[in-house]
Design a protein around this ligand. Structure first.
Ligand code: CDP
Length: 225
């Protein structure tokens, strides 16, 4: 496999993007960048500083000196916000919802996209999110758009939560996913959308291994063409 590709993976919440991206990055020895974690870190920063999301001046100040780092670790990347490890905190329900609310704001997106382009500039990178193939890297070497039925996606999220010891109702998880997908799809700036040249992969009845294999096959096929 040639080195240095930019691989974009987009799709709605819990469609299998992150797991697939992480495993593929491991196989290819690529860097994995979870852009959702960056919006989550932004949301946490705004919460810590008690910033009203309507207050663009305060948000702008926050964005001027925000420091978001993704550090590789064997067990999975760690996310640092202004020097603190926030990996677990940003997965909590309040931040999940706030991340989708902050992600509609133009100045927030501009800053995140700027950081993401820097992080991916050298290639050899897999980036997952909502707008990677459409906005961040419209010229990515490979673009995938992952989808799955909402019931399956809700079950995946619910199982993750249960594994962490959280007690959640699967119906509530489903409602939250639907709310977030709608918010992400209907926003003005960089809405969740499949790039015209992205390959759609429906993961509803695929195992994680099958998902990874599916992407790998596409990459190999094109390389051998
Ligand atoms: O992992 P999950 O699919 O639940 O969400 P995530 O990828 O961590 O993203 C959290 C939120 O960040 C999403 O609901 C989007 O609102 C926002 N996001 C975005 O707007 N653009 C991206 N490239 C990545 C995430």
């Amino acid at each position: 496999m040639k080195k240095g590709y930019v691989i974009a993976i987009d799709g709605p919440a819990a469609s299998g993007k992150s797991t697939t991206a992480r495993m593929l990055a491991r196989k290819l020895k690529y860097i994995y960048i979870d852009t959702g974690a960056m919006y989550r870190a932004c949301a946490l920063c705004a919460l810590q500083r008690k910033i009203d999301l309507e207050d663009e001046n305060s948000l702008e100040k926050m964005l001027q000196d925000i420091k978001i780092e993704i550090k590789y670790a064997e067990q999975g990347n760690r996310i640092y916000l202004n020097g603190d490890d926030v990996t677990a905190r940003i997965r909590e329900a309040d931040i999940t919802r706030l991340s989708s609310r902050i992600a509609v704001i133009g100045i927030v997106r501009e800053k995140m996209v700027e950081l993401q382009r820097k992080m991916g500039a050298q290639g050899g990178v897999i980036m997952d999110g909502r707008d990677i193939g459409t906005v961040v890297f419209p010229d990515a070497d490979f673009k995938f758009f992952m989808t799955a039925g909402v019931k399956v996606r809700a079950r995946r999220r619910w199982e993750e939560a249960v594994a962490k010891g959280e007690e959640l109702n699967i119906k509530d998880v489903e409602k939250e996913l639907i709310w977030r997908d709608q918010n992400d799809t209907n926003r003005e700036h960089s809405p969740l959308r499949k790039a015209d040249d992205a390959m759609e992969i429906d993961t509803t009845s695929l195992s994680v291994e099958e998902q990874v294999e599916c992407l790998l096959n596409q990459i190999r096929e094109r390389e051998n063409a």
